[in-house]
Design a binder for this molecule. Sequence first.
Ligand code: SF4
Length: 552
Amino acid sequence: MLPIPVPPPSVLLCTLNARYIHAALGLRCLLANMGGLRAATALREFTVNRAPDLIVQDLLQLLGPQLAGRRQVLGFGVYIWNVTQTCAVLRLLCRQRPDIRVVLGGPEVSYEWEQQEIVALADHVITGWGDVSFPKLCQALLHGPQPLMKVISGEQPALDALVLPYREYSDTDLAHRVLYVEASRGCPFKCAFCLSSLDKTAWAFDLDRLLAELGILFARGARSFKFVDRTFNLKIDASVRILQFFLDHLAEAGPDGLFLHFEVIPDHLPERLQQLIAQFPPGVLQFEVGIQSFNPAVQLAISRRQDNARTEANLRWLLRHSHAHLHTDLIFGLPGEDLHSFARGFDRLHALGPHEIQLGLLKRLRGTPIARLTEAFGMVYDEAPPYAMRQSAVLAAEQVQAFVRMARYWDLVANSGRFRRSLVLLLGIRDEPLDTAGASGSDAGTAHQASPFAAFWRFSAWLWARDGQTAGITPETLVDRLFDYLHGHCGLDADVCRAALLADYRHSGARARPECLRLVWPQDMPAPTAAKRALAARQLMHRVPALDTGDA
Ligand code: SF4
């Protein structure tokens, strides 16, 4: 029997994700709320790595040929990480099928849209929330009356009025991708660099409805949940209920276990929450903790309210009394923060011992209030996405470039978790002050107390001068470079360095024999077990992606 032909959709929802494992929550929210158009709506996701012409081929095939009298809508979710590629797709697609009505939504086109090429290519833009406005616009585009406005301000409905999107996750999504879920939207805080600061408040979904949907996902086999709430620990009653829900399901999770990711503010961890957090076994909880800066003057400038002493106490408690994996964030280049101030913040955070410190460079996201600080703090940003800061009144361009390289090396050496013993040696080298070459700030060139930051900064400068690359560095090359630096450049004992590097390398499960370890390579080196390989793959899958612009 011939397969029944599927009619092309009237509405096609599309986005380009940063990685395959990211299943777009926003598009699934739109899909779930299409009402009478749900059956005629399809969803197609790509990754930013796919060539634009191949994406266009796929989309045109899905949409079918142009037919007289047939109207179709193509909706794109546009974000900082995909705006360039989405624009390239639209340039091609609009030439081939000018009849298709293109609608854009997402944070990247919700603010400062007037000058954007991608907006010029589209028929309509919905700014802000799209859950209600997008289906209404599609209805009008398909069945009339035709909308008059190109840019439509998205209507914000009560969250209880929305259909929850979780049944739109397919079985393949459940099996292979991280499932994004949300218990609330918005944030009451006002950090100037963050888009959520425009929300002024947070809105919560009805927890009974949400937990019922999570129960269905769990019964279908979902085991990885990433909460996108800006501040998971804002309303403790809700946080407690969600954690209790997962504790109650822990025993059913099976051999693959459970993985939960939450963004939390660091200075709010009441005892009720602590008691629940302490009950989770290793490997389940991951907290993304935005610190951003420990400098009170910088915090004041960017309107970030943060109790530094309580932050430190809470991080210490989490590290001592829970098994949560702590992924902490610092932002380099905030208004008024120079290299020394950042170094002090890094050292303060590093002394607490979080599992990861993500070193991010400040970006001027469209619409964020940080634009108001540009002149006063001499901020210079890239014109193109992701709008990275390039220099400030207290940071020279060379220092920013050096930081970007250091952040990359820090990821490879420290955040990868592959060099725990060697990193102790590396960060223990404290015989030179921080190199401030290129600084234009008032304290440029002043002596600086030696620090782990300074130690890694120097290693980073040495590695860059030696190889001139930050990408394509194999673990084996990194082992050899670390040996050259620790022993050859810094004069540490060769046996001590080899012992640390060998232990790290064996522990990582790699077996390709770096040059510097040939002399000490054990003959009986066992192959990595399947369980170890699976654990490494799982850890890699859940690492917080660099392009994730969410910050708590
Ligand atoms: S950085 Fe975090 S706490 Fe600050 S406004 Fe954004 S989401 Fe809220």
